[in-house]
Ligand binder design. Structure first.
Ligand SMILES: Cc1cc2nc3c(=O)[nH]c(=O)nc-3n(C[C@H](O)[C@H](O)[C@H](O)COP(=O)(O)O)c2cc1C
Length: 598
């Protein structure tokens, strides 16, 4: 075995670990314990659908990416590839000999922000420094005034990646211009959107890039303290942040007189309890101050009066991680990417009914169809593509017909959706859009802090209407009533939670009105998803009497002897769907029949 001929990397972000990568890492390390060759730790490469992932890089730079591994596969890679120079072809997902189309996942992406994720060791500062880490900070401190840094960010066109897309340079210059000597930087790592994992992945895979962005922002606005507000459900990201802070302090990159300059900066971690509303900046500030996380009226904006009443600039994880890249590349290189008003790239967490789900980075302006089909490989169920949900619970549902829409702030706004922080949920024809609206509203209703009446009462009333529609109790006037309530909740709510909570309802009504009408007027669910409107039956020609459905039914609604056709009692059936999943002969059918009401 030639120790200097290979490098072995194992993806050990939360997603990799959840799919068993830690065990693969452990057995590989064990097998190599007497060798000089070490197995390296890295973050998420983005191909979550192929995890656990192991990359073998040969001395000449040739890379072999192995996926969907079990511990025994890790050992095979060592024995056959490292030991005998023969790649294990059937385990390859990328590499010369690989017969997969996984290359497509990467080809339409443009990795600036994620360039280190899955490449460097996030727990080793030297690994980051070797990949041009802390060069941006050095440049800012040694060659630029704070005003020049803000000007560079302005030329780059960087807009906040936390959801609203506010120009970053404006926020920074407002905070710089505000009076007072004590100012703060806050990194918003709350990431409350269900289905979103961009910020966690960046923090786990390229931790120092976020710290470097915060340092540069601190220098630009004149702050000496930065807080990272991160949900406690992200223990690995917190662990890596703590390591990164310690290592940066030891290298003189955090603390007093950074890199020999007059700039001092410390970073403090504050763990949040995982409340969605605490991602809203004024609620977040309250939470750091030790108070109940509730939004307050603005103005004054945090840039004037924020944390402990001092001028404060709050940015998202991805926004900060972009900053060192912009300083390294130069604004003029960065701003050629993207569209006229939405510059650079955006990271998305691609999830739902998609073949290649994971973390992707694309130039702004890439279309929805390019993401779903070229990068994502199409619909995992093989059924027709129906819609995407952008922007999480506050976003909008975009129908497949609008798949040519470019993903940029303006284009999405025009069609009633928002970019949001980057959750991208793909749906196929089996998805009931009324039920989707009900699901997201049940989330926002539960997460409403209750401070303002429109949000507290309005979301509750809207949810009640949606529930009765999906239960087949919808009234003729309900859809119009929903629209009226939605407009009022949007206009009357104090913070972004209430102002955007109606978006999934409004967009599903706008693009899928016929589904609402079917539920209300015909008591029928076209997608066959709403439990109260569907019936389960056994196809007598397909049933073999294997008894599996009856054994799995939690309420004993299925009867029938072995090798005889089974029967479902509709009055006992709770429409849980376990019989459909357990039947090996596709003999259980689901139906929802339109009813002509008199
Ligand atoms: C209910 C609610 C939840 C939010 N959650 C987050 C979040 O989890 N992460 C985030 O960065 N921004 C979140 N935001 C947006 C922030 O309030 C804020 O605009 C953002 O952190 C600013 O950073 P940016 O300018 O870099 O985007 C949320 C806003 C609202 C109204």
């Amino acid at each position: 075995m030639q120790d200097d001929k290979y490098r072995i990397k194992v993806g050990l972000a939360t997603c990799g670990i959840a799919s068993g990568a830690a065990k693969v890492y452990q057995v590989m390390q064990e097998r190599l314990k007497d060798s000089k060759l070490k197995v390296e730790r890295t973050g998420c490469l983005g191909m979550c659908y192929n995890e656990p992932l192991v990359e073998v890089i040969e001395a000449g730079g040739q890379s072999y990416l192995y996926g969907n591994l079990e511990p025994k596969d890790g050992l095979r890679i060592i024995d056959e590839h490292i030991g005998h120079g023969k790649p294990v072809v059937e385990l390859l997902v990328l590499g010369q000999e690989a017969e997969t189309d996984d290359q497509n996942f990467l080809e339409k992406q443009h990795r600036i922000l994620l360039k280190n994720c899955g490449r460097i060791d996030p727990e080793e500062i030297q690994s980051y420094i070797d990949a041009d880490g802390y060069k941006g900070l050095k440049k800012a401190l040694q060659q630029m005034t704070p005003e020049e840094v803000i000007e560079e960010i302005k030329s780059s066109g960087l807009r906040g990646r936390g959801g609203a897309g506010f120009p970053t340079h404006l926020k920074w210059s407002f905070t710089r211009q505000a009076g007072g000597t004590q100012k703060y930087i806050i990194c918003n790592a709350d990431e409350g959107d269900p289905g979103a994992f961009m910020d966690r992945s960046v923090l786990e895979g390229d931790t120092h890039s976020v710290l470097e962005g915060m340092l540069i922002a601190g220098y630009a606005i004149g702050a000496s303290v930065g807080y990272v507000y991160i949900r406690a459900e992200y223990p690995l990201a917190i662990h890596r942040l703590k390591i990164a802070i310690r290592q940066a302090e030891a290298r003189g990159l955090l603390g007093e007189k950074i890199l020999g300059s007059d700039f001092n900066f410390e970073v403090i971690i504050r763990e949040g309890a995982g409340a969605f509303v605490c991602g809203e900046e004024t609620a977040l500030i309250m939470s750091i101050e030790g108070k109940r996380g509730m939004p307050r009226f603005r103005p004054p904006f945090p840039a004037q009066q924020g944390l402990f009443d001092c001028p404060t600039s709050i940015n998202n994880v991805e926004t900060f991680a972009n900053v060192p890249r912009i300083l390294n590349l130069g604004a003029s290189t960065y701003n050629v990417l993207g569209t006229e008003e939405s510059k650079g790239t955006k990271v998305f967490a691609l999830a739902g009914k998609i073949k290649r789900g994971g973390l992707i980075e694309i130039p702004m302006g890439t279309t929805i169809n390019e993401i779903v089909f070229d990068i994502g490989g199409g619909i995992s169920t093989g059924k027709p593509f129906k819609a995407v949900q952008t922007g999480g619970p506050s976003g909008g549902c975009i129908p497949a017909e609008l798949g040519d829409t470019p993903m940029d702030y303006e284009s999405l706004k025009k069609i009633g959706a928002i970019m949001g922080s980057g959750g991208l949920l793909v749906m196929d024809e089996d998805t009931c859009m009324v039920d989707v609206a009900r699901y997201f509203l049940s989330f926002t209703r539960k997460e409403s802090c209750g401070k303002c009446t429109f949000c507290r009462v309005g979301t509750n009333q809207m949810l009640k209407i949606l529930e009765r529609i999906t239960e087949g109790e919808g009234r003729e006037e309900d859809v119009d009533l929903l629209v009226e309530l939605a407009e009022k909740v949007k206009a009357g709510s104090l913070c972004g939670l209430g102002q955007t909570a109606p978006n999934p309802v409004l967009t599903t009504i706008r693009y899928f009105r016929s589904e609402y009408d079917a539920h209300v007027k015909e008591k029928y669910c076209p997608a066959k998803k709403c439990k109260s409107l569907i019936t389960y039956e056994i196809d007598t020609t397909a049933c073999t009497g294997c008894t599996l459905c009856a054994r799995n039914c939690p309420v004993d609604a299925i009867t029938g002897k072995k090798k005889e056709v089974h029967k479902i009692d509709p009055l006992t059936c709770i429409s849980c769907g376990l019989c459909v999943n357990s039947c090996k002969f596709a003999a259980v059918t689901v139906d929802s029949k339109p009813r002509q009401l008199v």
